[in-house]
Design a protein around this ligand. Structure first.
Ligand SMILES: Nc1ncnc2c1ncn2[C@@H]1O[C@H](COP(=O)(O)OP(=O)(O)OP(=O)(O)O)[C@@H](O)[C@H]1O
Length: 313
């Protein structure tokens, strides 16, 4: 196994006697893009803060880039917190350099790197503009540059996509990939599943303060059986008895899990029974489906629009 950038065992944290995180184990390989997925209130931010040493766990151990006291690694870590904030009067260049200086980067080096970061991302026109003249999403992108300006070995991003438009989300995905390609470890939390599906090889799914799944995205998806969509010409007939238990009908469309025996015996029964197959598709479940199956049942609610669950288009 490769070296681990982060290793946590049994992290536990309560606030005012109420457990927020109940025994979290996480292992993030060096150089990975790693996603922490969960609904609002699942415990993602609390977990990240414990990993970084911003708050102390009640129980459990963690190691960050080999340091058992995470704050000792502060200069080689970049952190974008969920609460964003920059000094409104500072120019974008100075804001980025200032954030680097907080992590030990000399200000003059930070200013030069800030200019390069802004130019490389088609934001060169904003170098001397004050933060207060930027849109919220743009300011968030500047804060992100400030998170990476000191060239950390580990980047921790708490809900980095929220508040960004499609262009800036794409820019952020590109930056995350570039950082990882250069050997930097990136860990980010999200409740928007499709970013994790596109970016991560490994993920942890957290629900109610517990890790419900930890591993490869493909393993999470393989936990569900493929999904069949069938449209028939006949509306009724002997063939209907061949449809598996749990089939959901919506007008002339039938949806069900691929039976364990595969599609061929079912197809034969449908054809022999005179169903008249108009459309048939077999789809491998996406990470969103796996997420709902893994995190859904004991979460407070899983309807779209509640508890922050967003569905990939
Ligand atoms: N400082 C605190 N004091 C009291 N309760 C807290 C504190 N921080 C977190 N909590 C509680 O711990 C639980 C987990 O919160 P946390 O912020 O870690 O979740 P999250 O998964 O990051 O959610 P979100 O997506 O909404 O940011 C919640 O019930 C929250 O109210």
């Amino acid at each position: 196994m490769s070296n681990l950038a982060i290793e946590a065992r049994g992290l536990f944290k309560s606030f005012e006697g109420k457990p927020a995180v109940r025994g979290i184990d996480i292992a993030v390989p060096e150089g990975a893009i790693y996603g922490i997925l969960g609904l609002n209130g699942a415990g993602k931010t609390t977990t990240l803060r414990m990993l970084l040493g911003i708050i102390e766990p009640d129980r459990g151990t963690r190691s960050l880039l080999g340091h058992e006291r995470p704050l000792e690694a502060a200069k080689i870590v970049g952190y974008l917190p969920e609460e964003r904030g920059l000094y409104p009067a500072m120019t974008t260049r100075d804001a980025i350099a200032f954030m680097g200086a907080l992590r030990g980067l000399p200000l003059d080096v930070g200013r030069k790197r800030a200019e390069i970061l802004l130019r490389e991302n088609d934001l060169g026109a904003y170098v001397d503009k004050p933060i207060k003249s930027l849109s919220k999403g743009m300011a968030q992108t500047i804060q992100l540059f400030g998170t990476i300006v000191h060239k950390p070995r580990l980047i921790v991003l708490d809900e980095p996509f929220s508040g960004l438009d499609a262009i800036n989300q794409g820019r952020l995905e590109h930056m995350i990939r570039e950082e990882a390609a250069a050997g930097t470890t990136v860990i980010f939390s999200t409740h928007v599943i499709h970013h994790a599906e596109r970016l991560c090889e490994r993920i942890a799914i957290i629900a109610a303060g517990e890790v419900r799944f930890e591993g490869r995205v493909t393993e999470a998806r393989d936990r569900l059986r493929p999904h069949v969509r069938l449209k028939t010409r006949a509306s009724d007939g002997a063939w209907r008895a061949a449809l598996p238990a749990g089939t959901v009908q919506d007008g002339g469309l039938f949806e069900f899990e691929l039976p364990a025996g595969g599609i061929e015996p079912l197809l034969k029964a449908l054809i022999d029974g005179g169903a008249g197959i108009e459309q048939l598709s077999i789809e491998r479940p996406g990470l969103h489906d796996a997420f709902v199956a893994i995190a859904g049942p004991s979460a407070p609610a899983t309807r779209s629009g509640e508890n922050g669950l967003e569905i990939a288009a």
